[in-house]
Design a protein around this ligand. Structure first.
Ligand SMILES: NC(=O)c1ccc[n+]([C@@H]2O[C@H](COP(=O)([O-])OP(=O)(O)OC[C@H]3O[C@@H](n4cnc5c(N)ncnc54)[C@H](OP(=O)(O)O)[C@@H]3O)[C@@H](O)[C@H]2O)c1
Length: 279
């Protein structure tokens, strides 16, 4: 059977092979998922060559998620709005692109046992990059009441309101403490707090104890934001589950089986991040 891969530049850090090869093994599928370094200057050639290649499809990571859009034959409406693709499948010689981050985000919350009443939810999202766009699209599809969007570069937040409409309210970073009191879901979708990046400086004092706090960053597994929220008694959800859940759709598209996100798989990927990890 043909294989699958993740393309990026660089790509050595990707943990996607651990996830997909685990599922293949589990389902007895004779295929293989590999890391494929693709330089930006070779992106067009690689993607347009997929239909005649050994690949059923691929995942797409930095820096190609936006650039790849214009090389595809078909992209769903949500992915168009997000402006970034993380999954490509080949169907009848055509290249179909989608973005599965939003589904990964919601299913991670769900599997963590978080039951949110989306229709009455006020969310606060930090960050306005590609990941934030996917989360915003997913939350709006769930009919959330309002999303306060806080970003260092205000123009990016304003542009997102233009695309997604009035329920997205851009808020300057300096006013973050003021929007905590009616926040039911706080999401960090900046790269702050990630290993090797600056810390995320945020004031949680006004945040109700019942608010769910989630971080898309998963290296470290428990960021300072999550640790502080946990200390205050807030329910917290880490980003690694989202990474695993976003992979489900791609596997299903390529291999025709919807795989499960099991505690065993979570632990395998977690141990790749923290040696000796155990829950
Ligand atoms: N768990 C998962 O499955 C998953 C999936 C996707 C992404 N992620 C993680 O989510 C994070 C964001 O990814 P992305 O693809 O959205 O990246 P991106 O498009 O590069 O966006 C980065 C965001 O972080 C902000 N930022 C960066 N440095 C900052 C600083 N020094 N001060 C304030 N804000 C800063 C940027 O603000 P400006 O607009 O002002 O530059 C922007 O909002 C990354 O850590 C990534 O690993 C996780």
């Amino acid at each position: 059977m043909k294989k699958t891969c993740v393309i990026g530049w660089p790509i050595e850090h990707s943990r996607s092979p651990l996830i997909h090869n685990y599922w293949m093994n589990h389902h007895g599928i004779a295929s293989f998922y590999e890391r494929k370094p693709v330089e930006p200057s070779h992106l067009h050639e690689f993607v347009r060559g997929l239909p005649g290649s050994d690949y059923l499809g691929c995942n797409v990571t930095l820096p190609h998620k936006k650039a790849v859009l214009s090389f595809l034959d078909e992209v769903d409406e949500r992915t168009h709005k997000i402006g970034a693709v993380n999954t490509i499948s080949v169907r009848g010689g055509r290249l179909i692109g989608t973005n599965t981050d939003g589904e990964g985000f919601l299913n991670n919350l769900k599997q963590s046992g978080i039951a949110l009443n989306y229709k009455t939810l006020d969310a606060v999202i930090l960050g306005a990059g590609g990941a934030a766009l996917a989360v915003i699209a997913a939350l709006l599809e769930k009919n959330v009441r309002r999303i306060r969007l806080i970003n260092r570069t205000m123009e990016r937040a304003l542009a997102i309101r233009e695309t997604f409409g009035e329920r997205v309210e851009p808020v300057p970073w300096a006013r973050q403490p003021e929007v905590m009191s009616d926040c039911g879901l706080l999401v960090n979708s900046t790269s702050l707090g990630m290993h090797g990046q600056p810390a995320l400086a945020i004031d949680l004092r006004g945040l109700p104890q019942t608010s769910v706090v989630t971080d898309l960053v998963y290296v470290p597994l428990e960021t300072d934001l999550l640790a502080e929220a946990r200390r205050r008694g807030n329910p917290v959800v880490g980003g690694l589950g989202m990474l695993i859940h976003q992979a489900v759709k791609g596997f299903e598209l390529w291999y025709g089986v919807r795989p499960e996100v099991t505690p065993e798989l979570y632990d395998i990927v977690a141990r790749d991040i923290v040696a000796g990890y155990h829950r």
